[in-house]
Design a protein around this ligand. Structure first.
Ligand code: ADP
Length: 248
């Protein structure tokens, strides 16, 4: 039977680049409908961990299971995305010259080319899904604007909406609040908490104010494995974490 009930189960994962261990026995579990914040100094292995989860990098050792049964170490990026793993990079990749609404529509129909999609009638079901997604990412009032006219923060939300159109079970987000205003940052924390009511979210984040806002369990990576895990207060008062952040 399965070794875990977790949505994502990483066990003793190692990745070496030219003999250097970017991940060194990393073990981590994410539950269904859990949001987790991943912190750690530069070079700790956060990006490499995301690359392993999405199939961009194949580990040299260890297990990576999705829904207990899918072995992520044997699947390519497309197959892992198909399983329900979505990844948001820091730089938004929206279609600037299309409206907000059309961006969402295009995301709903990844299997088709933009032209036929934009010039065909939207079905009633599509309209309802677009409305719900726009509402969720706080862009209902901007639906007819070009994506190029959105603020930096709104573009980030649009991209989150486009990822949600794919119905991911696990959403990976890299520094979602970078470059945002204080209000946008607070709204983004709310948005991610709403998403995490029904899906799992892994947030890689440097901004500790934002991490506090999220109010979720924190995992601190260092030299490719877990240094500390728990509440932000517990992790940030951990002596080893303090040493690593102060660089002693
Ligand atoms: P973080 O995202 O926490 O800053 P990374 O996962 O990007 O850490 O990197 C972990 C370590 O692995 C770093 O020392 C980095 O230089 C190294 N590294 C990452 N990717 C590669 C690569 N493709 N080739 C060689 N070294 C890499």
């Amino acid at each position: 039977g399965p070794v875990t009930n977790a949505l994502l189960y990483l066990n003793n994962v190692s990745v070496a680049f030219d003999g250097f261990r970017a991940l060194n026995g990393l073990s981590l579990s994410i539950d269904h409908a859990e949001m987790r914040a991943i912190i750690g100094p530069n070079g700790a292995g956060k990006t490499t961990m995301m690359d392993v989860i999405t199939g961009k990098t194949r580990p040299d050792a260890g297990e990576a299971l999705f829904e207990a049964t899918h072995d992520l170490t044997r699947l390519d990026e497309a197959a892992i995305a198909q399983l329900g793993v979505g990844r948001k990079f820091q730089t938004p990749t929206v279609f600037d010259m299309h409206t907000v609404e059309d961006n969402i529509l295009l995301a709903l129909k990844t299997d088709r080319r933009p032209f036929p999609v934009l010039f065909s009638r939207r079905t009633r079901q599509e309209k309802e899904r677009i409305d719900a997604l726009l509402e969720r990412v706080r862009l209902t009032g901007s639906r007819d604007r070009l994506a190029s006219e959105l603020s930096h923060g709104q573009k980030q939300w649009l991209e989150i909406g486009m990822l949600l159109a794919q119905e991911p079970k696990l959403l990976l987000v890299d520094e979602p609040a970078a470059g945002m205003t204080d209000q946008e940052t607070a709204d983004t924390a709310d948005l991610l908490r709403e998403i995490a009511k029904t899906r799992s979210v892994v947030v890689v984040e440097h901004d500790m104010v934002f991490v506090r806002d999220l109010g979720v369990k924190v995992t601190c990576l260092h030299e490719g494995s877990v240094l500390a895990e728990g509440s932000l207060d517990a992790v940030s008062s951990n002596e080893r974490v303090i040493e690593v952040y102060l660089g002693r």
